[in-house]
Design a protein around this ligand. Sequence first.
Ligand code: ZN
Length: 217
Amino acid sequence: MNEITIPGTDLTAKSIYCIGRNYIEHAKELNNPVPSSPLVFLKPQSALCFDGSEIIIPEQSSDVHHEVEIVVAISKKGKNIPENDAHNFIGGIGVGIDFTARDIQQRAKESGHPWSVAKGFDTFAPVSRFIHASEFEDLGYINVDLSVNGVNRQSGNSSQMIFSINYLISYLSSIFTLYPGDLIFTGTPSGVSRVISGDQISATLGEKLVTLSVSVK
Ligand code: ZN
């Protein structure tokens, strides 16, 4: 696969880690239990796309949802990173949308199957450009918003996360060796809903410090 540079950084994209059910209100809206440890899944790099992209609804699904998420880019290799050192591994903060084929995911959940198909279609992981973490006053208090056709659908704040950004970096590194260019989608607040062809979707962090605009083909 061609090397893909993460916008706003000189990092080459590697693994894409995602966290499920990291906001209590979102877990509730899908009638899921609140997890006692992070729920981790991965997306393939072929799902990655960027600002201005067209999102493709696959023919296998008729219920694709947006999930806006704060995304962390990892800056250096690390294993068993202590939570109080995790901030030193952050190469940038951006916003992304974890597009999800909810109908496929629901069938997978019911039969105890993994989520790779529901989460992994081409264009299902758009991300913005990334900015330095120091541009945010407090990583524990970042607003994240998503609108569809100009109407707000999701509003959250990283203070509502069950597992903080630093905790997630530490936790993931206890399992996987993290590498520069790894991305972590940190979970979505409530308000997920279906998208349809022609939708214009805009996601922002903070006071529009970072923006991501995509359209649905
Ligand atoms: Zn998600």
